[in-house]
Each structure stands twice: as structure tokens, then as C-alpha cells.
Design a binder for this molecule. Structure first.
Ligand code: ADE
Length: 245
């Protein structure tokens, strides 16, 4: 999978792309990154990439010409279909979108900056606006890194075992169950007995219940679309009743 990242600050990507799992993914040829400096496509002699908004107001808006030129240059040499623009105005990134994007061969991510991006960029390039959540970052670079990370780990072979991507939070629409490792006791806190029992059926059942409970407490909105069994539903009823008591 190849990511084309369009940014005014390519150096911001040095760390995240050259460490740990993403570095390994690049070294093994599973993932490729191409950083494009939007400023290289500016059309005036001062290499301007932003300007004051029409209609007035604070801040600067990213100009249309450099961005469209940059995307067209990428498209000339690739088979890119989807273009993502990071902005707090966008559709929130979730695991379903990450899975969908991981099926693409190539992806363009435009890092939005300043107060926004000239609306004609979206119209001319068909860019899809994606947000990390309901908060404002100083720019879209960190959001782009989050997208790259969430998508890359779903590319087959990037994680050590395919299982680890599947057992994660959200794979079933639920938050993850709690995990423990050695020692079995620390400062008086014991690891739940069932996890030491070796009874795999009981362990699976306990984990499922903890995942349902965690989701019920922290993100009840997820329960509407989670894949729930009859046993899960019964347990949820018990949790809801316990709260009313
Ligand atoms: N740029 C600024 N804030 C953002 C957010 N929440 N998500 C994506 N891009 C952003």
C-alpha cells in the first residue's frame, strides 16, 4: 500500500514513519510513503501557500492552486482513487473507515492547515474530509499520522500475527477486555483467578463479559452497532438492572 502525504511540514513525519512497526512495514515493502511538499507546487515567486479568507475573518486559508497542482502531479504517476483531507469538519475516523482504506492500493492524504482549505480543493479533487474527533489540532499532520498508522496495521503482514489485529478493540464493535501479564500479584493487586486457570472456555467467557461491561460503561453508543450474542444481551440487561438498583 502506498501513501502520498501532501503537507507543508514533511519533516514532522520523520519520527512516526521511521520507528517500530511502520519502519518494519516499509523495510519489508508492505507499505510505502511518499511525502510531497505543497510549497513546491506554489505558483508565485514567494511560494505562497495560504492567503486571507474572502469575506474577512481571522486566520489564513490554504490556497487552491498549489494543492490542486500537487494532487494532479501525484495522479499523473499513480493509480490513486481516494483522496483524504484531514480537517475537524470531516467524518470521524473509525475502525470501519480504516478497514475500508486498507483495501486501497494507493491513498492521498492532504494535511489541512491554518483556518481551513479553499473549498474548491474538495470540489476539484473529490477529497473526502476526515476528522480525528471533536477537538482542534494545530494542523492536519498529526491526524494524517493517525490515519496512516490505523490503516497500515491492517495491511496483511504488517502485524506479526493476523490475530492481533482482529482481537483488538472495535473488531467486534466492542472495547477491549483488560489484559494482565506477570507478576500475578503486585502491591496486593491480584490478576483475576480465571486467567490463571488454564480453562480456555472460561477465559473467553470472562473476557467477553469484561469487553461488554467496559463498552457499556465507557461507550454505550457503540452497543447499537456491536455484534452481540444472546448471552451478551442478557449480560447487558443484568448490568443495566444493577445500575437501577
Ligand atoms: N486538523 C485540526 N484538527 C483536526 C482534527 N480534529 N482532525 C483532523 N484534522 C484536524
Amino acid at each position: 500500500m502506498k501513501f502520498h502525504i501532501l503537507t507543508l511540514f514533511p519533516a514532522m513525519f520523520d519520527g512516526p514513519l521511521t520507528e517500530s512497526i511502520l519502519r518494519r512495514a516499509v523495510e519489508s515493502g508492505l507499505v510505502e510513503f511518499s511525502l510531497h511538499n505543497i510549497r513546491d507546487h506554489a505558483v508565485d515567486r514567494h511560494h505562497t501557500t495560504d492567503d486571507a479568507p474572502y469575506g474577512g475573518g481571522a486566520g489564513m486559508v490554504m490556497k487552491v492552486e498549489p494543492l490542486v497542482a500537487c494532487i494532479e502531479a501525484v495522479r499523473e504517476k499513480s493509480s490513486v482513487v481516494r483522496v483524504i483531507l484531514t480537517t475537524p469538519r470531516g467524518k470521524p475516523l473509525d475502525q470501519q473507515l480504516a478497514r475500508e482504506l486498507a483495501r486501497e492500493e494507493e491513498l492521498v492524504i492532504i494535511c489541512g492547515r491554518y483556518e481551513g482549505v479553499d473549498e474548491r480543493v474538495r470540489e476539484l479533487t473529490g477529497a473526502e474530509e476526515v476528522s480525528l474527533g471533536d477537538f482542534v489540532l494545530t494542523g492536519g499532520e498529526i491526524a494524517a499520522m493517525a490515519i496512516v498508522d490505523a490503516v497500515s496495521r491492517l495491511v496483511p503482514g504488517v502485524l506479526g500475527s493476523e490475530e492481533s489485529a482482529e482481537a483488538d478493540s472495535f473488531s467486534d464493535g466492542l472495547l477491549e477486555y483488560p489484559q494482565y501479564t506477570r507478576p500475578a500479584e503486585f502491591r496486593g493487586l491480584q490478576v483475576p483467578e480465571v486467567l490463571l486457570s488454564g480453562n480456555h472456555l472460561e477465559i473467553a467467557r470472562w473476557r467477553r463479559r469484561r469487553a461488554v461491561e467496559k463498552t457499556f460503561r465507557e461507550r454505550p453508543d457503540l452497543l447499537a452497532t456491536a455484534h452481540l450474542s444472546a448471552e451478551d444481551r442478557k449480560y447487558l440487561e443484568e448490568l443495566a438492572e444493577a445500575i437501577q438498583r
